[in-house]
Structures are given as structure tokens and as C-alpha cells.
Design a protein around this ligand. Structure first.
Ligand SMILES: [Mg+2]
Length: 313
């Protein structure tokens, strides 16, 4: 199968350090498979050398590139998307993903399988969708932005993965149990929301264990925190959990969230908005597509249907 030449060349941006070095082998395998399918002329491989490098690489791609494929975890995919968003909309290549990470939430949201060969089949099949991108204080995100308990878990997961080499749901649950039983903190915040279920601006002022602002439905390795979130509805999906939950009840809610079954709990609140301004009384742990974000004041909006992505079946 050959990609239509009018669709442009394929650039593969890979993080060789993904998953404790598994990314390097994955990049070699993916590059060899792509070269075999589209030839040397149609393909280029770019390896990242440092954090945020993928953003610079994606922002400065040659105009002949029609598809950029991000190989790595959600953080790398997010960095590539950020680079594409820096380009004018009519010079933005389509984004394909080859998930080589711990959670791979965004690939799952796009329906792209977590196998290199099958992900490449998706890229070459070229089935696309146009999706929303989130933005917070000028930084882009494609799947998730969250504060509080879950962000503390996500950040602890990263530290623990480096230390232990473990991955996936088990790693996440280890971090979760540690955070629930040792650090279950409450964060006071005010959110001013615009758009979504009510046309007028409205204010939510409360205390919560966590607050997630989602483009896609999941975070933390397929926890369906906002099961109704759609990638292309122009809206941010919100979920926050209010007191008081002890560690065991909080753990039960968290486990229910794995299957998106937490939403009936009276401590769980869902909302939607096209824009929100968030102010925390004290700085909470924060994550943006799995990477750390700091501060107490966050201006968040949804850039509707701004990125073409390659999706699975
Ligand atoms: Mg949405």
C-alpha cells in the first residue's frame, strides 16, 4: 500500500527515551516499516533529544510533510500537537500516533491500537478526523488537564516508573493507593465557566479532591473520568470530586472511574464549558497530558476542530 503522493511526505517524530528506552527500538522498527511502505523519498525520521524538542521539530517541518507521526507516550504526542498548533491552520500536517507509553490515553481516544505494526496500518490507511485542542495559559493539550489528587497520582506515577521500570494500570494503582492513604488533600477553587450546558457565564466555588478538564474521556491509563467527553464538540468536559470521602471511599470511586461508573456518586460533579477561568487558593499538583503544570491561576479554552488527526477504525 502506498500513500497518495498528494498527501505529502511522512515525518516520524520519536522519543527514543520513551518507556525507559523502549522508544529507541520502537523508533527503529517503525522507521523500517514506514520506509518499506512509502520509500526513502516519502519518509523522514526525527529523534527528540530533550523535553519540548518535539514541539520545535513539529513547528519547523518542511511544507512537503503532509503527515507527522508521533511515536512515544501522551507527553510526546502532546508536544508534537503543540508544534503543529504553532503553524498556520492551512500549513498544519495531519497528526498520526504510534503509542509507546505507559498510559496511551490519546491513542485510545483516537481508536489507534497499541501495536506498532497496526498503528502504522492506521497511519497509511489515512482515515482522519478534525478534533478540538485544549489550551491553558498558552500551553496546548490534546486529552487531559487536571489538578489535585489525580495529578498527584500522575506525577508520582512518572517518578515511580523511572524508579521501578513498572508500567500500566498496576503502576497507576500503586501511586493511587499511596496518594489516597498518605496525602488525601482538598483544594479550594473558583471556576468561572462560559458556554456548554448554560449560555450565561456561571461560577462554581467549592473545595475538591480533584478537578479534571478533558478533551478526551480518559486520563491516567484509561480511567474514564469524563465518559461522555467528545473530541470534536467544541467543549471541555469537567469532572470534580467534592468532600468528604475517606481514603477507602475515594479508592472505591477511583476504581469505579476505571470503567466510567463513578458518575452516579453524589460527590462527583460533571460539567461542560467552552472556556473557564480557574483560581485555586493554594497551588495544587497539576498535570497537562501527563506533564507537570504549576500555578494557581489558569485560563483555559477549547480551540474547536483545529487539528486533523489520523484515527483507527
Ligand atoms: Mg469535548
Amino acid at each position: 500500500m502506498a500513500l497518495d503522493p498528494s498527501c505529502g511526505r511522512i515525518a516520524l517524530i520519536a522519543n527514543p527515551a520513551a518507556q525507559n528506552g523502549r522508544g529507541a527500538w520502537a523508533a527503529v522498527e517503525a522507521a523500517s516499516l514506514l520506509r518499506a511502505r512509502v520509500g526513502d523519498e516519502g519518509f523522514q525520521l526525527l529523534l527528540t533529544e530533550r523535553p519540548r524538542h518535539a514541539t520545535a521539530l513539529a513547528a519547523s517541518l518542511d511544507p512537503s510533510v503532509g503527515t507527522v507521526v508521533a511515536l512515544g507516550g501522551d507527553g510526546l504526542i502532546s508536544e508534537v500537537a503543540a508544534g503543529l498548533m504553532e503553524r498556520p491552520v492551512d500549513e498544519r500536517p495531519a497528526l498520526g500516533v504510534i503509542p509507546v507509553g505507559s498510559g496511551n490515553d490519546y491513542a485510545a481516544s483516537l481508536g489507534v491500537p497499541a501495536s506498532i505494526g497496526r498503528a502504522i496500518d492506521c497511519v497509511l490507511a489515512g482515515r482522519t478526523a478534525v478534533v478540538d485542542v485544549g489550551r491553558v495559559n498558552g500551553r496546548y493539550f490534546v486529552e487531559t488537564l487536571s489538578f489535585g489528587l489525580d495529578a498527584a497520582i500522575a506525577l508520582d506515577t512518572v517518578e515511580r516508573r523511572v524508579r521501578t521500570g513498572r508500567t500500566g494500570t498496576r503502576l497507576y494503582l500503586e501511586s493511587a493507593v499511596d496518594q489516597l492513604f498518605r496525602h488525601l488533600s482538598i483544594y479550594d477553587f473558583t471556576a468561572r465557566l462560559t458556554g456548554g450546558d448554560a449560555a450565561a457565564m456561571r461560577t462554581v466555588s467549592t473545595a475538591a479532591y480533584l478537578l479534571a478538564v478533558q478533551i478526551g474521556p480518559t486520563y491516567g491509563g484509561h480511567f474514564r473520568i469524563c465518559p461522555g467527553a467528545e473530541l470534536d464538540d467544541g467543549l471541555l468536559d469537567l469532572c470534580y470530586a467534592t468532600p468528604h470521602l475517606g481514603p477507602w471511599k475515594a479508592l472505591a470511586v477511583l476504581l469505579a472511574a476505571k470503567g466510567g461508573r463513578h458518575t452516579g456518586n453524589r460527590h462527583i460533579h460533571l460539567d461542560r464549558a467552552s472556556r473557564l477561568v480557574l483560581d485555586f487558593a493554594e497551588e495544587p499538583p497539576g498535570q497537562i497530558d501527563g506533564e507537570k503544570i504549576e500555578g494557581t491561576h489558569f485560563e483555559i479554552d477549547c480551540i474547536p476542530r483545529s487539528l486533523t488527526v489520523i484515527v483507527g477504525k
